[in-house]
Design a protein around this ligand. Structure first.
Ligand code: NOJ
Length: 571
């Protein structure tokens, strides 16, 4: 393996700094808090930490609205704290990857402050400014330059009264989109990225990076039923016409000469497998891997708030297709959780008391045994669950708050909207990390910014570390497997029994070693001998070694799977 592919054997841990560990009692997590927990991460065995944004920010979208790319928000600490974090992480063999949010800035970023100051300001063209739609009175409903809906509800254009023009914001109105058509914007971003790399960080997770190239004609999208003025703009800005050019240019301007030591991952909603091959082909020099969203959309109906039950066959079809498509060229990232997704154990597993531990371990086993770089989101290694939110004012995230307001105002039943939020809100992922059973879960000595899940008295790191059978120790073992068993990082992937509704089974093969992963996604026993399409010589696996299991030794390697049992066999 060349050094360029070190990330194939690596596991990344995502920290959402606000919710990880508070060190100064203000109720919000911070960088010194992260430093204090590096030994915990070392014990877990992860190779890389990705930090969600800690830059100067008015926190309209919890830091994804950046007002100064080259400084740290005082809530989180100082640049000196970050230097210390980098040094201490490196001492433990852990790399640090920073979030890069450059599709948009905060409206409080000096670039935007200048840009909005007058129509002829030199930075006017750094953002997307347009007059009202022809024939419409500025400010009137429907006068926005296009009908695009923002991801956070309502129109994606905001009128700036001072100059009488609208600016584009695909996210909140405090997140104006940068105009990447302008080479000065690109140069400024690249310079900032080099500045961070020179400071010692090891790569970037690039926020919604496949939105930076827009179709410049800015035309209306397909109307969204039920709203006369809103449409779907995504075909005009997802994987846009110049996206590969920009990423390649960024690679040349920022990563050249040091790319082999770094990890770059592009967050790409709506990316297809065909796109992903192009983005991650090492020869093309764009990014190492992408975050795709297909598998986390399978339990959505018409939109993300319209939830339906996941069919395991859809999940296998989807992940299996991604495995096949990137088998020879490119590389996958693997994840169940992040700060935008509800908790995986409550969603793909079972958070019922009798199944939570087994199903959390099963999910970790299945994900980490795929080919690709796995990402663990803080608390996933404890089997943290969704939060029992009661009322609408328990929700704090801008996406949830705006959706609730908009849906109820347009006549939806408030209770139904609340149920949708309980299942799908990003707040589920953002409750404080559960360190121990004390009042605020050991997260803060002050008053936590977001509600601590009451189940922290049982589900917490202190208890997990002390219990060899915990989800934590299972994650530790599964992470270790990637480091010690070459077939886990490098083996070919082959899906089995694709049409079975409860069994997730696949093999990995590498240089004469074969692994078989068997997982029962249900609370009922699952005998293996009559599984259609399992296509396995079960007899040939009877003498196999159990590399890892989540329920203790089975009666035999191919014995019926117990509820939520997962096994990794080797021969
Ligand atoms: C994707 C991030 O993961 C999400 O948290 C954020 O709200 C949007 N991009 C906008 O930056």
């Amino acid at each position: 393996m060349t050094e360029a592919q070190w990330f194939r054997e690596a596991v990344v841990y995502q920290i959402y700094p606000r919710s990880f560990q508070d060190s100064n009692g203000d109720g919000i997590g911070d960088v010194p808090g992260i430093i204090a927990r590096l030994d915990y991460l070392k014990t877990l065995g992860v190779d890389v930490v990705w930090l969600s944004p800690i830059y100067t920010s008015p926190q309209d979208d919890n830091g994804y609205d950046i007002a100064d790319y080259e400084d740290i928000d005082p809530t989180f600490g100082t640049l000196a704290d970050v230097d210390e974090l980098i040094a201490q992480a490196h001492e433990r063999g852990i790399r640090i990857v920073m979030d890069l949010v450059v599709n948009h800035t905060s409206d409080e970023h000096p670039w935007f402050v200048e840009s909005r100051s007058s129509k002829d300001n030199p930075k006017r063209d750094w953002y997307w400014w347009r007059p009202a739609r022809e024939g419409h009175e500025t400010g009137a409903p429907g006068a926005e330059p296009t009908n695009w809906e923002s991801f956070f509800s309502g129109p994606a254009w905001e009128l700036d009264e001072a100059t009488g023009e609208y600016y584009l914001h695909l996210f909140s109105r405090k997140q104006p989109d940068l105009n990447w058509e302008n080479p000065e914007v690109r140069e400024a971003v690249y310079a900032m990225m080099r500045w961070w790399l020179d400071r010692g960080i090891d790569g970037f997770r690039m926020d919604v990076i496949n939105m930076i190239s827009k179709v410049t004609a800015l035309r209306d999208g397909q109307p969204i039923p039920g709203n006369p003025h809103l449409g779907d703009g995504t075909p005009h800005f997802l994987n846009g016409p110049r996206i590969h050019e920009y990423l390649h240019e960024m690679h040349a301007a920022v990563f050249e000469g040091r790319a082999e030591k770094l990890l770059t991952v592009g967050e790409m909603p709506g990316v297809t497998v065909e796109d992903a091959v192009l983005y991650t082909d090492p020869e093309r020099r764009e990014v190492d891997m992408v975050f795709q969203f297909e598998h986390v959309g399978l339990d959505h109906g018409d939109h993300k708030w319209d939830r339906r039950t996941l069919d395991l066959r859809d999940l296998k079809r989807s992940l299996g297709r991604w495995q096949d498509a990137l088998a020879d060229v490119g590389w996958n990232s693997l994840y169940w959780n992040n700060h935008d997704q509800p908790r995986a154990v409550s969603r793909f597993g079972s958070d019922a008391p009798e199944h939570r531990v087994a199903s959390a371990k099963l999910l970790g086993t299945v994900l980490h045994l795929h080919r690709g770089t796995p990402y663990v989101y803080q608390g996933e290694e404890l089997g943290m669950t969704n939060v029992p939110f009661a009322a609408h004012d328990d929700f704090l995230d801008i996406e949830s708050v705006n959706y609730y307001r908009m849906a109820v105002a347009s006549g939806s039943d408030a209770e139904e909207v609340l149920s949708a939020l309980r299942l799908g809100s990003r707040d589920n992922a953002r409750s404080p990390m559960q360190w121990d059973a004390s009042d605020n879960a050991g997260f803060t000595t002050g008053s936590p910014w977001s509600r601590v899940n009451p189940n922290h008295t049982e589900i917490n790191a202190e208890a997990a570390l002390a219990d060899e059978d915990s989800v934590f120790h299972h994650y530790r073992r599964v992470i270790e497997l990637r480091h010690t068993e070459p077939a886990v990082a490098h083996g070919d992937f082959h899906m089995l029994a694709a049409d079975h509704p409860r069994l997730y089974a696949f093999t990995r093969a590498h240089e004469g070693t074969e692994l078989l992963v068997l997982a029962n996604f249900s609370g009922d026993e699952l005998p293996l001998d009559d599984v259609d399409g399992l296509d396995l010589d079960l007899d040939g696996w009877k003498g196999a070694t159990l590399l890892l299991g989540n329920l203790g030794d089975p009666a035999a390697p191919t014995a019926p799977l117990r509820p939520w049992e997962a096994r990794v066999l080797r021969r």
